[in-house]
Write a protein that binds this ligand. Structure first.
Ligand code: ADP
Ligand code: MG
Length: 281
């Protein structure tokens, strides 16, 4: 998994009520093999997350109920401190709510412990972060293969490489397999990170400020990739504080003070054509 992906685990405040409503791992496993064709990918009910810092409580999420259907492309917006990352950490199974429930692909994951969340996360969610988190001395292809190596799913090296090659082609980077991150532009590096997030064919792509380190032209290149993945049926939830980035999505949800204050279709959806490996900047 991505190095930064586990960071929020360490800040999770333990909740004594967890024990009673914990879903058994076996139950979650059985639920997961059940076909979930019409299930929302995300369904949250009155989600709350309170950070306790000594005597001080920060109510980072305060009653968030949201449904995201398969194939949606949702941008989560809101000013700094509005709860976007806290929400992403919970829907990404990196953290769990203080109260409320979260169903991922029909499975109640709100009570799962750390190991159970890790397993669900590895199977169902592809993460993309603002920092690309690529290994510097490792080729694009090997960076993309990494989640497969960690998962040790019994695939041969040849199969892994073939899958990674296909994911790189999907983000327009065919021919760049052997490049090191330093030999790629920022936009291309982020596309390698997107390919890495795709390698397990996740139900849900989650991106937290994926264009935060990129200039506007390069941001377009990256957003074109998300649009193309979504056009191919992938469910994408993307966090941004930039209006013009949000306009690439189909639906825009605005957070303020830990609550959803706006939920609307993207008015002037920005669309870009195919992206090629040569689109550097
Ligand atoms: P955003 O991503 O929209 O900028 P965050 O979800 O990071 O917002 O933060 C929401 C609120 O929760 C803020 O007030 C922030 O200071 C607080 N917060 C976030 N993470 C922590 C943490 N680990 N411990 C304490 N407070 C936190
Ligand atoms: Mg944030």
């Amino acid at each position: 998994m991505v190095a930064g992906a586990v960071a929020s685990e360490d800040v999770a405040v333990s909740d004594p009520r967890r024990g009673s409503d914990a879903v058994s791992f076996e139950a979650a496993r059985i639920e997961r093999v059940r076909p979930a064709t019409s299930e929302p990918v995300i369904r949250t009910e009155d989600l709350a997350r309170i950070y306790k810092m000594g005597e001080v409580e920060v109510r980072a999420l305060d009653g968030v109920s949201l449904v995201v259907a398969p194939g949606e492309f949702v941008a989560i917006m809101g000013s700094s401190g509005s709860g976007k990352s806290t929400f992403m950490n919970i829907i990404g199974c990196l953290d769990r709510p203080t109260a409320g429930r979260y169903f991922l692909d029909g499975v109640d994951v709100s009570g799962l412990d750390r190991d159970q969340r890790a397993e669900i996360r590895n199977g169902k969610i592809g993460f993309v972060f603002q920092s690309f988190n690529l290994l510097a001395r490792t080729s694009a292809l090997e960076n993309v293969e990494l989640p497969l190596i960690y998962a040790s799913g019994g695939q041969s090296a040849k199969d892994r490489a073939e899958r990674a090659r296909r994911c790189l082609a999907e983000v327009g980077l065919a021919g760049r397999e052997n490049h090191l991150p330093s030999q790629l532009s920022g936009g291309q590096q982020q596309r390698v990170a997107i390919a890495r997030a795709l390698i397990n064919d996740p139900k849900l792509m989650l991106a937290d400020e994926p264009t935060g380190n990129l200039d506007s032209k390069t941001s377009e290149e990256v957003m074109a990739v998300f649009q193309r993945l979504n056009d191919g049926g992938k469910t994408v939830v993307l966090i941004t504080h930039e209006t013009d980035i949000a306009e690439y999505a189909r639906r825009i949800v605005v957070f303020r003070d830990g609550r959803v204050v706006e939920d609307r279709p993207s008015e002037q959806r920005r669309a870009i054509g195919a992206v090629s490996a040569g689109a550097t900047s």
